[in-house]
Design a protein around this ligand. Structure first.
Ligand code: MN
Ligand code: MN
Length: 318
């Protein structure tokens, strides 16, 4: 591959890595979405959070720690910026006071982005944001498959009486017909519950639920080949809640649960999405104020980069 006219991350020899404006991966941050294949978009929203707040600072934290990322994937040989026009399109302006208004504002913003022929890569924000995103996705693509990595299934009916919060988005998404329920998998779920059958609602909808105990001490590459068969070639959305990882890797989050996935397993999950018809990806629930030395944001930034490396149309230097 020669020089590309696509937007490129700024190299560490052009401007020190700690200098300049902190867009994701130091991309130019000025491309019209009409000219993009992939829009990186921040959603600094956390008023749907049930425990520790702070995911509103997630997009800034992830951008900050993304400054060290280089464009070429040494493991998979992916070179996403060779073939895809990717840029950081900034943040959704949504109300920090009124959840219903914010959810509408997020959906409107994604309607606007998706009026272009592009894939969205969203930096959360708490997991509430996936509901308005899926609403916009379903308007464009019809019901989508879903690969959902999380410590939690996020299928509560209500939380403190509210229908919309960070623990309810996938229940609402099923009710609203946004998901192709036979093409949904939830990976890494665990922890304490309210009832023994807490994960069964998901299974009753047709989801595959992979509890974390099935993942412990194993490569997830074989699981992902089954997942690729399950989700097949229809449109699919990847939603990655950072609390799917063990808190030893990702302490900077609002509702941590022990016994989680490892970073290598997260890489196997994302790399296992290569070849799928991904229409959108997100990385949510990073709350930098509980983080240790930027570790959670750094991990999140790397996982978002890995997501860019498996999007349709990505080129490989092999
Ligand atoms: Mn979640
Ligand atoms: Mn979670």
């Amino acid at each position: 591959m020669g020089e590309s006219s696509n937007p490129q991350p700024l190299g560490g020899n052009e401007m020190p890595r700690f200098g300049g404006i902190a867009t994701f991966m130091r991309l130019p941050g000025e491309t019209d979405p009409a000219d993009l294949d992939v829009a990186v978009i921040g959603v600094p929203f956390d008023i749907g959070t049930s425990n520790r707040p702070g995911a509103r600072f997630g997009p800034r934290g992830i951008r900050d720690e993304s400054v060290l990322l280089r464009p070429y994937n040494m493991a998979t040989r992916a070179a996403p910026f060779d073939s895809l026009r990717i840029d950081d399109t900034g943040d959704v302006a949504s109300s920090p006071f009124d959840l219903s208004s914010a959810v509408e504002q997020i959906e409107e913003h994604f309607d606007y982005l998706l009026s272009n022929d592009l894939i969205t890569a969203s930096l959360g924000g708490d997991h509430t944001i996936v509901l308005p995103i899926l609403r916009a996705m379903a308007k464009k693509h019809g019901p989508v498959g879903l690969i959902h990595v999380d410590a939690h299934t996020d299928i509560n009916d209500t939380m403190f009486g509210a229908k919309i919060a960070h623990g309810t988005p996938f229940r609402r998404a099923v009710e609203e017909g946004l998901l192709d329920t036979d093409r949904v998998v939830q990976i890494g779920v665990r922890g304490t519950g309210y009832a023994a059958d807490d994960f069964d609602w998901s299974r009753e909808q047709g989801f595959r639920v992979v509890q974390v105990e099935e993942c412990w001490g194993k490569s997830l590459t074989p699981l992902m080949s089954e997942v690729r068969e399950q989700v097949d070639d229809g449109p699919v959305y990847l939603s990655f809640d950072i609390d799917g990882l063990d808190p030893s890797f990702a302490p900077g989050t609002g509702t941590p649960e022990v016994g989680g996935l490892t970073v290598p397993q997260a890489l196997e999950i994302i790399r296992g999405c290569r070849g799928l018809n991904l229409v959108g990806v997100d990385l949510v629930e990073v709350a930098p104020i509980y983080d240790t030395s930027g570790l959670t944001s750094l991990t999140a930034a790397n996982l978002v980069y890995e997501m860019l490396c498996v999007l349709p149309g990505v080129s490989y230097r092999d």
